[in-house]
Write a protein that binds this ligand. Structure first.
Ligand SMILES: NC(=O)c1ccc[n+]([C@@H]2O[C@H](COP(=O)([O-])OP(=O)(O)OC[C@H]3O[C@@H](n4cnc5c(N)ncnc54)[C@H](OP(=O)(O)O)[C@@H]3O)[C@@H](O)[C@H]2O)c1
Length: 298
């Protein structure tokens, strides 16, 4: 029987290409997305390259913690899980909140993958050796390391708030790698570099996403963004596929796989013990593991 892999936000963009890569490696891939029509067309595309089991689609809006919990319960009931790729991520041009009343960048880029991972840990341990891959971004370098609340102090700048949420998730990734050392579950971060996807097409054309000093340099910043996100999603998926499958990573954990699909150093801030402690405290407060469905987490 094929081993199971789950790719969140796997019906489009980099996630779909990641799912195809894992299906080529013989995994029975489940992709998660919000839209059933895109889900159907994604599984057709994945099935066309799959070398073993047929792919499946599960609907969930990963901006809702209740839906993350329901998804985790559904996936857990299916048995051991060999690979979890937390690919979901989003950048917003304007400040917004989720149905749980939590700032959306923080919820989608960090709390959702945090909660899904924690709720699936025993299924991953049951399949050990198994791997968790958390998709990160170079935007972590432009992020504030303040994690007292979901929203950082100061004005809303989508790119920086996105980077801060990705930084929280990278700090959590490093923590989890250490926590799970010796269990057979290894944990990686994968930086896709950039690709032209619905996320970048919808956001990186607006100067509103960067802070006022960078807005003064907008033509230059925009050119940099355009160049960085010009490539295909298939190339941007290769760090995630490498992190999930490559034999050279056996026995390693807490490694960042860079855009060239090879290990690269992690920026020092992400591993700072105070940052990790703050991120964990905030994550546990906003997304309690025993939270009952329907509870509002402010
Ligand atoms: N693109 C880049 O240049 C770049 C650079 C660095 C890092 N990244 C990271 O790479 C990952 C993938 O990015 P991408 O550019 O491929 O994004 P994308 O184009 O927005 O991804 C599309 C996929 O995300 C799903 N999705 C979006 N919001 C969702 C939600 N709330 N719940 C469930 N599914 C949701 C979509 O499902 P529906 O169709 O059902 O909405 C679709 O499957 C993200 O973590 C992103 O932060 C991207």
């Amino acid at each position: 029987m094929s081993e199971r892999a789950v790719v969140t936000a796997g019906t489009g963009g980099i996630g779909l290409e990641t799912a195809k890569g894992l299906a080529r490696h013989g995994f029975a891939v489940t992709v998660v997305g919000r839209n059933a029509e895109r889900g159907t067309s994604a599984i057709e595309e994945i099935a066309a390259v799959a070398t073993a089991a047929a792919p499946r689609f599960v609907t969930a809006d990963l901006a809702s913690l209740d839906q993350v919990r329901a998804l985790a319960a559904h996936l857990a009931a299916e048995g051991p899980l060999k690979v979890l790729v937390n690919n979901v991520g989003a950048m917003f041009t304007q400040r917004r909140q989720t149905v749980d009343g939590i700032e959306s960048s923080f919820a989608v880029n960090h709390l959702s993958p945090y909660l899904l991972t924690e709720l699936l840990l025993d299924r991953l341990q049951a399949a050990a050796p198994s791997r968790i891959v958390n998709v990160t971004s170079a935007a972590v370098k432009a992020a504030k390391r303040t994690f007292d609340a979901a929203e950082p102090p100061g004005g809303y700048y989508g790119f920086h708030w996105y980077g801060r949420a990705k930084l929280a998730n990278l700090a959590y990734t490093l923590h989890l790698a250490e926590r799970l050392r010796g269990t057979g579950v290894t944990v990686f971060a994968a930086d896709p570099g950039g690709a032209a996807t619905s996320m970048t097409d919808g956001t990186m054309t607006s100067p509103k996403i960067v802070s006022p000093p960078l807005r003064l340099l907008w033509p230059l910043v925009r050119r940099t963004f355009t160049r960085a996100t010009a490539g295909p999603a298939s190339a941007a998926a290769s760090p995630s596929v490498f992190a999930a499958t490559d034999a050279s990573l056996e026995g390693r954990t807490g490694v960042l796989i860079g855009p060239g699909a090879r290990p690269v150093p992690v920026s020092r801030g992400a591993g700072d013990p105070r940052t990790i402690a703050k991120v964990l405290e905030l994550s546990r407060r906003l997304a309690p593991l025993d939270g009952a469905p329907g509870v509002q987490h402010k």
